[in-house]
Design a binder for this molecule. Sequence first.
Ligand code: PAF
Length: 283
Amino acid sequence: MEIIKEISLMQARSNELRLQNKKIGFVPTMGALHEGHLSLVDVAKKHSDIVVMSIYLNPTQFNNKDDLKNYPADLEQDFRFASARGVDIVFCPLSEDIYPKGFQARVEVDGITKGLCGATRPGHFMGVATVVAKLFNIVMPHKAVFGEKDFQQLQVIRQLVKDLNFDIDIVPAPIVREKDGLAMSSRNKLLSPEAREKASIINRSLEWAEKEVKSGEKSAKKIISGVGERITGTGIGEIDYIKVCNLNTLDEISEISSPALLAIAAFFGNVRLIDNCLLSTND
Ligand code: PAF
């Protein structure tokens, strides 16, 4: 596996691969790799000849300094995992190269970032859109894979690519779960044993909601309160938001018509976890 740190070398390598008619698949990450990230590599491999993974803990998308400080990092382990899974090139730039002195540009995607995580993490999606736009210009992939766990991020990136005419296909990849259903996340490592055990309620409450909607429940309010009671009922889970949204615009809806997105962000201890599912009616 090649490891590239310099932006100019990554661009030169991508240009070379493109001249050789190789299809470049891209998996952007912030490191602390787990099976969720590695499943994105599997998807990228199916769609391309060469898989490039970036590992860059992007400070501008953290609206909370402690969250950034506590974010797990183990670059050597990341290299081992990425290489074992068949990543061809890891791009791991330095922060002073990504945001050199005097850096002034910002990429902002508007409407779709207003709700959900955009409402409770101000500035987060501007940080994401800016760094992803930079990474796209550096790696110049044909395809880029984003996980559905960060569903709003996936939609923000789709909008970014459409509005700014990036010639890149965005490929979604399904959520990967632990045995007890908890969605895989780098933040899971930060959970206390009690919080870790109780956090599996998130997926169980999503499953409950899916069943309710399948059996005819149409009220978003009832679904939201049922999910909320289950999460707070653990005694440790605190709701950041629970919303039922239009799948494309992410606007909140009150009556569930198929398909809708149920999205959750909740704190277990001081660790913020997100998850979501599709609600489909039987109509
Ligand atoms: O999903 C992530 O890990 C990050 O938001 C991303 C896309 C790598 C941008 O920093």
